[in-house]
Ligand binder design. Sequence first.
Ligand code: NDP
Length: 253
Amino acid sequence: MADRLDGTVALVTGASSGIGAAAALALSAEGAAVALAARRTDRLTDLAARIAVAGGDAIVLETDVTDEAQARQAVERTVDELGRLDTLVNNAGVMLLGPAVDAPLSEWERMVSINLMGLLYCAHAALPHLLEAAGKQPRRVADMVNISSVAGRVARNGSAVYNATKHAVGAFSEALRQEVTGRFVRISLVEPGATATELASHNRPEVRTTIQQRFEGVERLSAEDIADNIAYIVTRPRHVAVNEMLVRPTQQT
Ligand code: NDP
């Protein structure tokens, strides 16, 4: 049986597109007030307006998660303006693929700083608030949902540093889960397969072509499919923790 999220507050990073935007809508539909964090505030403002029209509550937080102070401020503003923090969806990420040999180092640095350090900064700032919310009504449980990838489970030629960042997210999540789960803060890992979003568009043209060829003919997941998984995880009753969810398109090998 699902618990609705009425009276709770969720912060979603990378809420300006793809999985993050869909997750914010899904959590709002379950009754959560949502804080929307990313760099593109025009997108966040549009999303907040959609949420308001549907009867929900949303705030816009211009945030670059690679800046520790901005990540912390996103968490603090969520608590100041919405009153508490029950759910953190650590979703912001980039996937810059291609051979490691002669890869631009700047791409590796971007992935480490967004996928790993950004997620850690948000987690660090959020944990005291999640621990506090876990003791409070209406749910007496709190959630951190970390978005990894199939790439966090299976390493592939051409994905070395993306694999490294997502494996790191998995390791961090499991160790943290063991540390805080006894205090009713659930740490969950979602590992999507190929999902139709803007993610691949940030790659160099030759890499985009390789990605397109790899998934030719595969009916991809939608951002809403993954948002549905996230909403499922955070609406479980307090005694049920979905630790990990690996979700591929049916045709993805
Ligand atoms: P999108 O490119 O659509 O979304 C990425 C989001 O991350 C955007 O909202 C972007 O917002 C945000 N972001 C990027 N850099 C920063 C930053 N420095 N600070 C704050 N926000 C940032 O891709 P997806 O929705 O697909 O990706 C979401 C997550 O899902 C990622 O972690 C990705 O690795 C993971 N994933 C995606 C898969 C897929 O096939 N699509 C498969 C497996 C995992 P803005 O640019 O406005 O800051």
